[in-house]
Design a protein. Structure first.
Ligand code: CMP
Length: 141
C-alpha cells in the first residue's frame, strides 16, 4: 500500500468557508501535507484531470463546476493514504456518507461534494503529478 494520496477541497467548500475546517480534519486524521496550493482551474485543466470520466453524462457539469471558482489541491502522506483519506471523506454521494465524514458534514450534493480523493495508488501518483512538481513535495518535514 502506498503512503501518498491526492485531495482537492472543491469550489463549493472553499466558497462556503470550509477550507480551514477541512484542513483541520486532514491533520486530525494524521495526514502530513506534503504540498498545498490555492488555485482556480481552467476548464482545460478540469477536463484533463477528469479525463477518465469524459464519456459520462455529468462530465460537462463536473468540469464546469470544478473550474468555477477557487479550490485547494493537496498532496497528502500517511500509511495506506488512499484508503485512509477515502474513509475520512466518506461516500461520493453525501446522502450515503457516514456520520463524521467530511462529505457528510460539508457536501451539498453528489456534484458539489466538498472534496476529492484518489481511488488508487496509481491514480494518486498521476493526480499528484498533474498539479505538483517533484520539488514542490516537501517530504523531510
Ligand atoms: P470525485 O471524487 O471528485 O470524482 C468524480 C466526481 O464526479 C465525483 O467526485 C462527483 O462529484 C462527480 N459525480 C459523480 N457522479 C455524478 C453525477 N451523477 N452527477 C454529477 N456529478 C457526479
Amino acid at each position: 500500500m502506498g503512503n501518498k494520496t491526492f485531495a482537492i477541497i472543491k469550489p463549493d467548500a472553499v466558497k462556503n468557508g470550509h477550507t480551514g475546517k477541512i484542513y483541520d480534519r486532514v491533520l486530525t486524521a494524521g495526514f502530513k501535507i506534503l504540498s498545498a496550493k490555492l488555485m482556480k482551474m481552467t476548464l482545460a485543466q478540469a477536463e484533463g484531470f477528469y479525463a477518465v470520466h469524459k464519456e459520462r453524462p455529468f462530465f460537462g457539469e463536473l468540469t464546469t463546476f470544478m473550474s468555477s471558482g477557487a479550490c485547494m489541491v493537496l498532496a497528502l502522506e500517511k500509511e495506506n493514504a488512499v484508503a485512509g483519506w477515502r474513509k475520512t471523506i466518506g461516500a461520493t454521494n453525501p446522502e450515503e456518507a457516514d456520520e463524521g465524514t467530511i462529505r457528510k458534514d460539508f457536501a451539498t450534493s453528489l456534484g458539489e461534494n466538498a472534496v476529492h480523493g484518489s481511488d488508487s495508488d496509481e491514480n494518486a501518483e498521476k493526480e499528484i503529478g498533474f498539479f505538483f512538481t517533484e520539488s514542490e513535495l516537501i517530504s523531510n518535514q
